[in-house]
Design a protein around this ligand. Structure first.
Ligand code: B12
Length: 221
């Protein structure tokens, strides 16, 4: 009993350190806290969702209030990326039991990658073959990669109200080519309403729910 209580307290401290590391763009703390989390067998999902992601939420809020500026946001992003790199090996599933193929990218005109990277990691961990096309990906590039890799799903991330439009173009491109890819969309300004409006096949608010979403779409066939 005592051990369980101690473990819970230790895990809480590690998650707090992960959050603080992103909030204070402290690379050293990010590295040590991520290693501690791995050692404590905290799941990558919790590490990202309840640790690093919470730190990034603070950064977003402080940026919105003009308490910090782009250089600090970049530094916080680099901190999160370092931690995600350390977690990557834990998020690779067995290639022999792949559940489906997903092409992910941040849409054309948009360079925000962190959320997309989190989604890629979550899906890889859940057993999907994921091709990450990076930032600034055109609908044509999504289509080409989808065809070349026999994909089931194309996933477009958009972090700006201006670039959300490209998600609509992705859906259009799939319909026009009469391709069988399902299109999923996400990113901070994206909502279920927007997903319905552009007739995409699915939306999820975060990286944890994206796995349920793709599982559901794969079952539908
Ligand atoms: C970090 C950041 C940056 C970093 C990005 C670093 C990187 N390598 O990605 C830097 C500093 C480079 C940057 C640049 C810019 N940024 Co910026 N940035 C942010 C910030 C603070 C956080 C974004 C983030 O990483 N969140 C953390 C991740 C984990 O969350 P997420 O991205 O939402 O992803 C989750 C979900 O949305 C979902 N999801 C994401 N993608 C997908 C995809 C699918 C298919 C699914 C299903 C789900 C899904 O799952 C993810 C994991 O849980 C946001 C503020 C905010 N509140 O979002 C502004 C913000 C997005 N940026 C903004 C702006 C304006 C810019 C710049 C234009 C600034 C400038 N003047 O140069 C440039 C962009 C240039 C361009 N062409 O893209 C604005 C956009 C406003 C708008 N018009 O909508 C925001 C909202 C800030 C603001 N309030 O003004 N930015």
């Amino acid at each position: 009993m005592c051990n369980v209580v101690n473990k819970m307290a230790d895990d809480k401290k590690i998650l707090q350190d992960l959050k603080t590391s992103v909030e204070t763009w402290n690379l050293k703390l990010a590295e040590s806290a991520t290693k501690a989390a791995i050692e404590a067998k905290i799941s990558p999902k919790i590490i990202v969702q309840d640790g690093l992601g919470k730190g990034m939420e603070t950064i977003g809020d402080r940026f919105d209030k003009a308490e910090i500026y782009l250089p600090q946001v970049v530094a916080a992003s680099k901190t999160m990326e370092l931690a995600l790199k350390l977690l990557a090996p834990l998020m690779q599933a067995d290639p022999n039991v792949m559940k489906g193929t997903v092409i992910m990218g941040t849409v054309q005109g948009d360079i925000h990658e962190i959320g997309k990277n989190v989604c890629c990691a979550m899906m890889r961990g859940a057993g999907y073959r994921v091709f990450d096309l990076g930032p600034d990906v055109s609908p044509e590039a999504f289509m080409e990669s989808g065809a070349a890799n026999n994909a089931n799903i194309l996933g477009g991330s958009a972090l700006m109200t201006t670039t959300m439009q490209v998600q609509g173009q992705m859906v259009k491109a799939v319909k026009e080519a009469k391709a069988s890819f399902k299109v999923i969309v996400g990113g901070a300004p994206v909502t279920q309403k927007w997903c319905d409006e552009i007739k995409a096949d699915g939306y999820s608010e975060n990286g944890a729910e994206i796995v349920e979403l793709v599982n559901k779409l794969m079952k539908k066939g």
